[in-house]
Design a protein around this ligand. Structure first.
Ligand code: PEP
Ligand code: MN
Length: 263
């Protein structure tokens, strides 16, 4: 995935003119977890109003405690698919183990590998055999090189449709959930031809500061953003504390317009 081997930046084609890494800022947004049909439909409406073509939402959730909500699984993914399909919206969702790939395949446009699975080499190799884009999140305490080597596992196994994601790392600092490492953006783009997405929601973990960090991510040259949004964040099943309301999301989308002509 090194720039030494490929001079042109990789552009990921998700179909229906949805591109990542084409020089424009691609926004993916949606809830942390898929919860219900009503929740999905409300989110789809908000995305459409803001011209967003990719919806995020977890149906398999990696949780610190096994007693927390762990997602709706395939039933949730099928609801997610039905709503998005009808509205021309692409789906990005987390796959947690290789055994899930086959049944998820028909319903997914981009497979997300979560921070906790950043070095699950069996999963990475299995995704190397898939003909769909894969977004790799940086590990909880992952270095830049570790992220790039994880990408190599997928690439070497045959899948070159890769996207890298900076989502914050664990440091000594505990004033916020993670330390969003925006240094990663220019460094990854210098080292690799792959597109780089930033996740400011997990990166800072505090709703009122997410928009500023999203703008900073765009300013530093990210190819796109992945943002958690929900009709009623305070009632979200997971990660409500870092989730934007639809109104806050719309405000952010308006502010991001300055970047349409910036680069
Ligand atoms: C998520 O995207 O909701 C998620 C679990 O992210 P991460 O793997 O970065 O913690
Ligand atoms: Mn989340």
């Amino acid at each position: 995935v090194s720039n030494k081997w490929k001079v042109n930046n990789t552009v990921i084609d998700c179909g229906d003119d949805v591109l990542i890494g084409d020089g424009k800022l691609t926004v993916m947004a949606g809830p942390c977890s898929i919860e219900s049909e009503a929740q999905i439909n409300a989110t789809v409406e908000s995305l459409k109003q803001n011209g967003v073509r990719i919806m995020r939402g977890g149906v398999y959730k990696p949780r610190t405690s096994p007693y927390s909500f762990r997602g709706l699984g395939m039933e949730g993914l099928k609801m997610f698919y039905n709503a998005c399909q009808q509205n021309g919206i692409k789906i990005i969702t987390e796959v947690m183990e290789s055994g899930q790939i086959e049944e998820m395949m028909p319903y997914v446009d981009i497979f997300q590998v979560g921070a906790r699975n950043a070095q699950n080499f069996n999963l990475l190799e299995a995704l190397g055999e898939v003909d769909k884009p894969v977004m790799l999140k940086r590990g909880i305490s992952g270095t830049i090189d570790e992220l790039l080597y994880s990408a190599e596992y997928v690439f070497k196994s045959g899948n070159e449709k890769l996207i890298l994601c900076e989502r914050g790392i664990r440091t000594f600092e505990n004033a916020y959930r993670n330390t969003l490492d925006l240094n990663a953006v220019p460094i990854l783009k210098e080292k690799s031809h792959l597109p780089v997405i930033v996740d400011p929601s997990h990166g800072i973990g505090i709703r009122k500061h997410v928009a500023q960090m999203a703008l900073a991510s765009a300013a530093v040259g990210a190819d796109g953003l992945i943002i958690e949004t929900h009709k009623t964040p305070e009632k979200a099943a997971t990660d409500g504390q870092q989730t934007l309301s639809f109104r806050e999301f719309e405000e952010l989308m308006q502010k991001l317009k300055v970047f349409e002509t910036a680069f």
